[in-house]
Design a protein around this ligand. Structure first.
Ligand SMILES: [Zn+2]
Length: 186
């Protein structure tokens, strides 16, 4: 059964704001993201969320006791392989790597470069606000590296697990998670 559904990611349109001062102008950058229509395979989304939850069970999290799993399918992988991973902590805290990056780098290490779906599950905090179930800043930047930078054609979706009964996940894209992410123009 075809369970593909169309979703609309909302437009974010906030103009720049500029204030003149005797010392010079101060500018507050706005955001211009057009509304975006995306298609989602609901059955596959459910499967990826399950994989992310399962991956979280294997987290090495003795320091935070915060278990996170991620499951990724890359758009340029003809076999739609599911890459899953968990957060792996370390006694030297800075060495810790999040589940999202562990899964993403496993996919990238196989030569794939464009995210289609990235599901993550903070299994210990599914009832928490979105900010406590979302990727950290470092992971957002890492995800952005492997998405289209053209906001109109980017097909990468971030699927965030939720404890809300009957809700499969929250869906966002990287532009809405990281509106002014760094790009090295070279
Ligand atoms: Zn992270």
């Amino acid at each position: 059964m075809n369970e593909t559904v169309e979703l609309t990611l909302p437009a974010l349109e906030v103009p720049d704001h500029r204030v003149e001062t005797p010392a010079g102008a101060i500018r507050v950058p706005g955001i211009r993201l057009p509304e975006k229509r995306v298609s989602v395979d609901a059955a596959l989304v459910a499967k990826l969320i399950d994989h992310a939850r399962e991956a979280a069970r294997l987290a090495h999290a003795p320091h935070s006791d915060f278990h996170v799993g991620a499951a990724i399918i890359m758009a340029d992988d003809p076999y739609a392989t599911i890459f899953s991973a968990a957060n792996i902590e370390n006694s030297s805290y800075g060495v810790t790597v999040c589940g999202e990056r562990n899964a993403l780098f496993a996919a990238a290490s196989k030569g794939f470069r464009r995210v289609r779906y990235l599901a993550l599950s903070t299994v210990d905090a599914l009832d928490a606000p979105l900010s406590e179930r979302s990727p950290c800043g470092a992971c957002r930047q890492a995800i952005r590296e492997f998405t289209e930078h053209d906001v109109a054609i980017d097909e990468a979706l971030i699927l965030i697990d939720t404890g809300d009964p009957g809700v499969l996940c929250d869906v966002m894209d990287i532009q809405r998670l990281l509106p002014h992410g760094f790009t090295f123009a070279g």
